[in-house]
Design a protein around this ligand. Sequence first.
Ligand code: 5GP
Ligand code: ZN
Length: 156
Amino acid sequence: MSGCIFCRIVAGDAPATRIYEDERVYAFLDIRPITRGHTLVIPKSHAAHLDELDAELGADLFRVGHRIAKALRRSDLGADGANLVLNDGKAAFQTVHHVHLHVVPRRGGDLFTFARGFLLRRPHDPTATAAALRAGLDRLGAEPDRLDPTDRETRS
Ligand code: 5GP
Ligand code: ZN
């Protein structure tokens, strides 16, 4: 959809700081982050709302959001946790009508910083932030998957 800003980002027609990409999913830094490392995970194909999103693609979005949340904890951004949020429809304050999952890094005791970030939405050095997040993804990729039974068998 040419009028959709997120479709333009996927097509490379609008700028974005990319974190991760595969065949179906694209993840990039939010232009107005609530906290440093705030990432959006989107399907590459346009779906305005959950009603139009294929269930498998929805699972792919969560899979990538899950990995990014884990990578944040392993990154130098110092995240202790994350809020994963999906605003579906105008009634839920969705402002960009291409489905997206927010991954918002959190730190223990960050309520004041979080509230201020929610109001100000100021960017923090996107290039360094993206590099830190990608390093977290690399660290995660180097770990054995504790939840994968085939991995457990290999190690026992
Ligand atoms: P929503 O309120 O729809 O759940 O969130 C939309 C998000 O998209 C907002 O957090 C907003 O800052 C982000 N956003 C809007 N336009 C752009 C853009 O052009 N580039 C990037 N990177 N983020 C955007
Ligand atoms: Zn779109």
